[in-house]
Design a protein around this ligand. Structure first.
Ligand SMILES: Cc1cc2nc3c(=O)[nH]c(=O)nc-3n(C[C@H](O)[C@H](O)[C@H](O)COP(=O)(O)O)c2cc1C
Length: 306
């Protein structure tokens, strides 16, 4: 490959713009013996909360026509203390940059989890999940309110100098106030977007396909929504944007770069094809060679005016 994939973001250098989407790659350790980490600039781990969460009743995942997925995992995780005891030592920090995703029902819970994670060495930063649609408290209810976003980011920024990405919901027509609230209070990047609320029904049984009836819709069909939100956010703030939603190939990545993203998260595609990161970089390289692009940084926000 001839393209320079390096990207700089808020004081960190990433060898490629590719990252994992939280919840689609565990804590990174399970894949160590399976895949090459070289294509990843970084990984984002499954969201961690103060207490263990068993998650929602099954069934918790179903496919949709057109390559989508709806999940209602409900942020199942062992809780921060069990994570520190069992998983922290095996994070792939030598292989790539590791960002720990945090979820809380209140601002205090975000701060508590982050304070405990600050004891870890080798991690590059955090992603604050302010947008999960599968929980009753926290998630969208914090992430839909710009003053709650501002307070959460400010309190977290008070306890760390590390990189903080803030993951926002697509469920608001006005992206700018939410993006600005995060950026003005110390966010290093925004992650756009978390899943959309979706639902599927089995008409024969008249039953919903998910135990919680509704869930978070992800995968290929999400891309146009995510592109629009990335573009709107990149117009509203100066911090880098991590795109999340519907990336399955290299040309999807090029679209997100043109729309203003600097980081590119692979989510549902990793379930279908854990080896996709290498292929996606080759497809990006092919595009760059065809268009005389030497560095992917040339593409960020380079959308032509209609
Ligand atoms: C099974 C599953 C679990 C997820 N868990 C989390 C999570 O714990 N925290 C989070 O911020 N996002 C979570 N997400 C959302 C993804 O990180 C990503 O934002 C979303 O799937 C859109 O990207 P995609 O279309 O490439 O999958 C999850 C998604 C899936 C499919």
């Amino acid at each position: 490959m001839t393209t320079d994939f390096n990207v700089a973001m808020s004081g960190l250098n990433f060898r490629t713009p590719l990252l994992t989407g939280s919840g689609t790659f565990g804590y990174g350790d399970e894949f160590l013996s399976l895949i090459d980490y070289a294509p990843f600039g970084g990984i984002v781990t499954k969201s961690l909360s103060v207490r263990p969460r068993p998650g929602n009743p099954p069934p918790r995942i179903c496919e949709t026509p057109g390559g989508g997925v709806i999940n209602s995992i409900g942020l199942a995780n062992p809780g921060v203390e069990a994570f520190l005891a069992e998983k922290a030592g095996i994070l792939p920090v030598k292989e790539t940059k590791v960002f720990l995703s945090i979820f809380g029902e209140t601002v205090e819970e975000f701060v508590t989890v982050m304070s405990r994670l600050e004891t870890l060495e080798g991690i590059s930063g955090y992603e604050l999940n302010l947008s999960c649609p599968n929980v009753k408290q926290g998630g969208i209810s914090i992430g839909g309110d710009s003053s709650a976003i501002a307070e959460t980011v400010r309190e977290c920024r008070n306890i760390t100098d590390k990189f903080i990405a803030v993951k926002l919901t697509p469920h608001h027509t006005q992206v700018a106030p939410l993006a600005e609230a995060a950026a003005k209070n110390g966010a290093s990047a925004l992650t756009m977007i978390n899943t959309l609320v979706g639902m599927m029904i089995d008409v024969e049984t008249r039953m919903p396909l998910l135990g919680t009836v509704t869930g978070g819709y992800s995968g290929l069909p999400l891309k146009p929504v995510a592109l629009a939100k990335v573009w709107q956010a990149s117009k509203a703030v100066d911090i880098p944007i991590w795109a999340s939603g519907g990336i399955v190939n290299g040309l999807d990545c090029i679209e997100f770069l043109l729309a203003g993203a600097t980081g590119l998260q692979l989510g549902s595609v990793l379930f279908a094809d854990p080896y996709s990161p290498g292929r996606i970089l080759e497809e990006m390289d092919d595009y760059c060679r065809r268009h005389g692009v030497k560095s992917v940084e040339e593409l960020i926000g380079a959308l032509e005016k209609p």
